[in-house]
Design a protein around this ligand. Structure first.
Ligand code: XMP
Length: 512
């Protein structure tokens, strides 16, 4: 049986981040509901328990409490934030209610390194986010670290192997936080570092098989990293019980459909249905110029086409989706804060409930870089695993103004030239995104001896780490020159190429 670290989830958005940090240490962990009976944890062979943070006060009527018997299992426990208050509450300490949350950077001074802080500098920057705090130590505990907010920023009962920290070691802003978690896993719990991407895949495959049984799963394949990895993983688990649907919305890039067909049908032998709905999309988009309107039409039409395609496939019980953990957080925050909805992302949020399909989301707990590792381990090529992001509405938001087939053709061709040069020089892999935008503006040019009056193409090439902010990439001038001269020479209908040198903010990455 694999050694398991149990992360008891008390409702913090950071619970998944704790699990991720544990995976980074190559240790297996499982997130459990906070109320899981201690007997269950024992039966699962749990070798250590981490109590996550949570938004409540331990005294609140609705406060989530663990089974108190977890403290008598004889396994190490690490309480983080709300978790340390639970330790105070259940083990005989005192927790003071506070009116305001302490939030943001703080400074930790380690007084007694013990096993948790072993090998760390005495002073560290930390990240706080808590309301109540511990005001009296439970019997058997000593303080190991202090901060400006608390004389009990770190506590331990080394004999029982109980540790508590008031701040969040799992977030990036806490210096050496991962080392604290690693110290707990390896130094305190004695965990083996044997959890790899391969193990994740084996577990996921077993989970999918158990969940799906003999049923069918349908998955909408876009060709992007997330849906591709989800498809490859589901296919490994259930083979021909998986049917993938790829909708050609007429807004794809050059060769995109053919590439998807050859990779999944020929290489992976996936049951792939390609639905050509380009005519329908283009008809519905005719004359539409307003960006949100375009997105809505594309999103709605996609759902409609996808739904209809299901009828021809026959009965299925599950809808597979390549949802990642950041999508889960993003949809939550968007739902809670309409102001954060700057552009509607039709591919997050799923399909209507009336489809009555159960969701299966094998990547739901992973972060993007982990998904890439899984994809590579499943044999997906570099072009897929490290593919640049491409918006759900596709070229629909890269043709400014109304969309027509000839404009799309011009854009496709110009974009292909750009990608070819980016690939040839290797810059494709170094930037976040590189693409062409079609501008419905005619300008005068001269080609041979003739005066021309043709369209403009803009190059949008940006660097970014998370798409929240971005800056235009400083590419070598001779590369830009090559791209520009190839486009104006090879793409009929374009007489001018311009470079977008705006950062995000205030501009966005896409033009619409
Ligand atoms: P913006 O233009 O908002 O884009 O700076 C940020 C990132 O999101 C991508 N993007 C989308 N992705 N569906 C998607 O899946 C969409 O509707 C969509 N709109 C923008 C964009 O390419 C960039 O990576």
């Amino acid at each position: 049986m694999s050694q398991t670290i149990a992360v008891l989830d008390f409702g913090s958005q950071l619970t998944q981040v704790i699990a991720r940090r544990i995976r980074e240490c190559q240790v297996y962990s499982k997130i459990y509901h906070f109320s899981t009976p201690a007997a269950q944890l024992r039966a699962d062979g749990v070798i250590g328990i981490i109590l996550s943070g949570g938004p409540q006060s331990v005294y609140a009527q609705t406060a989530p409490h663990p089974d108190p018997a977890i403290f008598t299992l004889g396994v190490p426990v690490l309480g983080i934030c709300y978790g340390v208050q639970l330790m105070g509450h259940f083990l005989g300490g005192k927790v003071a209610l506070s009116k305001a949350r302490e939030y943001g950077h703080g400074h930790l001074v380690i007084k007694k390194p013990g096993r948790l802080f072993a090998g760390l500098p005495r002073k560290l920057r930390i990240w706080n986010s808590h309301g109540d705090k511990l005001t009296r130590l439970p019997p058997g505990f000593v303080a190991t670290a202090i901060s400006e907010n608390s004389p009990f920023a770190g506590i331990e009962d080394a004999k029982r192997r109980f540790y508590g920290i008031q701040f969040h070691p799992e977030v990036f802003h806490t210096e050496r936080g991962v080392d604290m978690i690693r110290n707990f896993l390896l130094g305190v719990c004695g965990a083996r570092q044997d959890w790899t991407t391969k193990d994740f895949i084996a577990h996921a495959v077993a989970d999918i098989r158990a969940k799906v049984g003999k049923s069918r799963v349908i998955l909408g394949l876009s060709g992007g990293v997330d849906s591709s990895v989800a498809a490859a993983l589901l296919h490994k688990a259930i083979g021909r019980q998986l049917t993938c649907v790829f909708v050609d919305n007429g807004l794809l890039r050059q060769g995109e459909r053919a590439t998807v067909e050859s990779l999944y049908r020929r290489n992976f032998k996936i049951d792939l249905r390609v639905v050509d709905a380009s005519g329908l999309f283009l008809r519905r988009l005719k004359g539409v110029t307003e960006p949100e309107q375009k997105r809505k039409i594309i999103g709605r039409t996609f759902v409609e086409v996808f739904e209809k395609s299901l009828q021809s496939i026959g009965h299925a019980d599950f809808l597979g989706q390549g949802t990642l953990y950041p999508d889960v957080i993003e949809s939550v925050s968007i739902a809670g804060n309409p102001a954060s909805l700057i552009k509607t992302h039709h591919n997050v949020g799923g399909l209507p409930a009336r489809m009555r399909l159960k969701l299966i989301e094998p990547l739901r707990e992973l972060f993007k870089d982990e998904v890439r590792k899984v994809g590579a381990a499943l044999g997906l090529p570099r072009e897929v695993v490290w593919r640049q992001p491409f918006p759900g509405p596709g070229l629909g938001v890269r043709v400014m103004g109304d969309i027509t087939a000839p404009k799309l053709e011009i854009l496709r061709h110009a974009d292909a030239v750009l990608q070819e040069e980016m690939m040839r020089t290797g810059y494709y892999w170094k930037v976040w995104q590189s693409f062409a935008v079609f501008l419905p503006v005619k300008t005068v040019g001269v080609f041979g001896d003739e005066r021309t009056y043709d369209y403009v193409v803009a190059l949008r090439i940006v660097e970014s780490t998370d798409a929240m902010t971005a800056d235009w990439a400083r590419l070598p001038h001779d590369l830009l020159q090559k791209i520009s001269s190839r486009i104006t020479n090879e793409v009929r209908g374009v007489s001018r190429v311009v470079l977008d040198i705006s950062s995000k903010p205030p501009a966005t990455i896409e033009w619409e």
